[in-house]
Write a protein that binds this ligand. Structure first.
Ligand code: ARG
Ligand code: ZN
Length: 470
């Protein structure tokens, strides 16, 4: 009958559009219990993260097949309810969801945009610790950010590279994808023999069976989801230590292994020692770097993934410039150890990292700090908005970086050498493994000096207009 034919067509269309089967509609909350919010209330990214719980640990068990691009995973998410919950969301973009359980009981599940909605068999009470498991699979699709960059699970030809700032992590695992919810991670990745899987934290074990190798990476120090990474491919691995005995794990894709990049990698111990001198002891158990290779068109960017930053190595030699390495490593203190409370606070990351680049250039005998500041001041591209007021599409635009660094330049002037040196050490240490906002930064600076810094902040941090002089 025509009705039946229409129905079949409808079903077929739905299956095709979801490429991996139709996804269920979101279930209603358990009667009498509220649904957790679909976002944490981030002004720039309203759907990022979720309300009603706080994740303490992610156990991700992943298997990747570079030939087909298929990722199969089980996520075990341990969380504490921060409200009574008859339903809650996880962030997940694409992929097909199979079985979902909460505390071992099958849970109802459905999808709406990038929300995976879960209704547990039993309601959760505020304060309850609960464990959610999600089986999922599919070919992850990269996201296009509001600024046009590509991120998420990107193909490197022989493997993949996961980039997540701000939202790419939801393309490869379900979670609470917002910087305010930091958690520990165990990421296990099974890949065909001959390939290496690198991630955050420390390599806890490596085991092979039936033509595949499993790499278990453990991150015990709290990490924001945007800082999680996995790099799969043919990597040359070098292990060493910094002068302060921090173990280093450096993985370089041979396609990106040019002479300047190799020379830059050898400077990691020196750079970390120099940064530790300015910012205090390296804040994590291990460090290093991942130099990947993204074929042209895949997009990507360097990112301060926790412990070891990643570099896409896509635009010819050098795959990694020393200045970029200095920048990403400084983020281990500014961004990774102390993480912005919301995306609007992103200048706290990029301003400090840019300022560190200026300091490094001076340290290396290049342009003085004053010269770098003058160049940033003169550049009209830096005066389009205030560093504390980015939009989603201008989250990583020049004013966030360069004007952010100019805020610190002005603070140095106002505070003097001694208090400013204390600021560089004491600010990241004030929220160790935690989060901080712009307002908290301003209050911290005020306490440090006892001076009224509000004119400085209203001109340089919150003000849109270019001041008359530097
Ligand atoms: N945080 C990175 C850096 O070190 C930049 C991330 C850019 N992300 C993006 N979606 N454009 O500068
Ligand atoms: Zn940066």
């Amino acid at each position: 009958t025509p009705l039946r034919a229409a129905l079949i067509l409808l079903l077929l269309g739905c299956c095709l559009s979801c490429s991996g089967g139709a996804e269920a509609r979101p279930p209603a909350a358990l009667p009498g219990f509220p649904a957790g919010a679909a976002g944490v209330g981030d002004r720039l990214f309203p759907d990022a993260g979720n309300g009603g719980y706080d994740v303490t640990h992610y156990g991700l068990d992943l298997s990747y097949d570079p030939g087909t691009g298929r990722l199969t995973g089980t996520a075990e998410i341990t969380a504490t309810a921060t409200a009574d919950l008859g339903r809650f969301d996880l962030d997940l973009s694409g992929l097909h969801v199979g079985r979902v359980t909460v505390d071992g009981r099958p849970a109802a599940e459905g999808r709406s945009g990038t929300e995976l909605v879960v209704r547990p068999a039993r309601s959760l009470r505020r304060g309850d610790r609960f464990e959610t498991t999600v089986d999922y699979a599919g070919v992850p699709k990269p996201l296009t950010d509001p600024d046009g960059s590509h991120e998420g699970w990107l193909s490197t030809g022989d493997g993949a590279l996961a980039l997540g700032e701000p939202l790419g992590s939801m393309t490869w695992f379900p979670g609470n994808d917002h910087p305010s919810d930091k958690a520990a991670y165990d990421i296990t990745v099974s890949v065909p023999d001959g390939l290496t899987a690198v991630s955050n934290g420390e390599l806890a074990s490596r085991a092979g069976s039936r033509g595949r190798t499993s790499f278990h990476w453990r991150t015990t120090e709290p990490m924001a989801s945007y800082l999680a990474t996995v790099a799969i491919g043919h990597y040359t691995v070098t292990r060493s230590r910094t002068p302060g005995a921090v173990p280093l794990y450096v993985a370089v894709d041979p396609r990106s292994d040019d002479r300047q990049t190799a020379a830059a990698m050898r400077r990691i111990p020196e750079i970390l020692a120099w940064e530790s001198g300015l910012f205090g002891a390296f804040p994590f158990q291990s460090s290093g770097a991942i130099v990947a290779h993204l074929p042209g068109g895949e997009g990507g960017y360097a990112l301060e993934t926790q412990n070891r930053p990643v570099f896409p190595g896509d635009s010819g030699p050098p795959a990694v410039a020393v200045g970029t390495l200095v920048h990403e490593l400084s983020h281990q203190w500014f961004g990774d150890w102390t993480t912005p409370s919301s995306w609007q606070d992103i200048w706290l990351n990029e301003g400090f990292a840019t300022y560190t680049e200026w300091l490094w250039t001076e340290h290396e005998g290049g342009a003085s700090l004053a010269r770098s500041a003058a160049a940033a001041f003169a550049d009209p591209g830096n005066w389009t908005f205030a560093p504390a007021a980015p939009t989603a599409s201008r989250l990583f635009a020049p004013p966030v970086y360069e004007r952010g660094a100019l805020v610190l330049y002005q603070l140095h002037r106002a505070l003097g050498d001694k208090a400013f040196a204390a600021l560089l050490r004491d600010w990241p240490a004030a929220h160790p493994h935690g989060n901080a906002s712009t307002a908290e930064f301003a209050a911290f600076c005020g306490r440090l000096t006892g001076k009224d810094l509000s004119p400085l902040f209203s001109t340089w941090l919150y003000g849109g207009a270019k001041p008359a002089r530097l």
